[in-house]
Design a protein around this ligand. Structure first.
Ligand code: SF4
Ligand code: SF4
Length: 101
């Protein structure tokens, strides 16, 4: 159990290397949050965070704006499915390969 940035207790465990190591390397698609659409990012208010709540790996922060830890995100797409305003787009990892080497 930890604390989020707003001082509330949370049940999420923190992401960390398990037997699978840094699981972000498994990802085929990367979730990208459009901060012009994301409710807390747009409003500056503590609201929504459905992505944080549903991410099975606990790799999205409950902050304004939400931040995804790509070292551990597996690209399961649940966050994109659960976002009520479709602010999360799944982008092929190959789109980033040239820029990140
Ligand atoms: S679910 Fe969508 S709108 Fe809600 S915090 Fe996450 S990205 Fe923003
Ligand atoms: S794609 Fe899956 S693992 Fe990655 S942030 Fe979204 S819900 Fe979490």
């Amino acid at each position: 159990m930890g604390q989020d940035n707003f001082g509330k207790m949370k049940s999420h465990s923190e992401p960390g290397p398990g037997d699978g190591g840094k699981t972000g390397s498994w990802r085929v698609k990367r979730p990208i949050i459009d901060l012009t659409v994301c409710i807390p990012a747009k409003s500056g208010k503590v609201a929504c965070f459905a992505c944080w709540m549903y991410c099975p790996d606990g790799v999205i922060t409950r902050t304004i704006p939400p931040v995804i830890d790509y070292e551990y995100c597996k690209g399961c797409e649940i966050c994109a499915e659960e976002c009520p305003v479709n602010a999360i787009e799944m982008v092929e990892e190959t789109q980033f390969a040239d820029k990140e080497g």
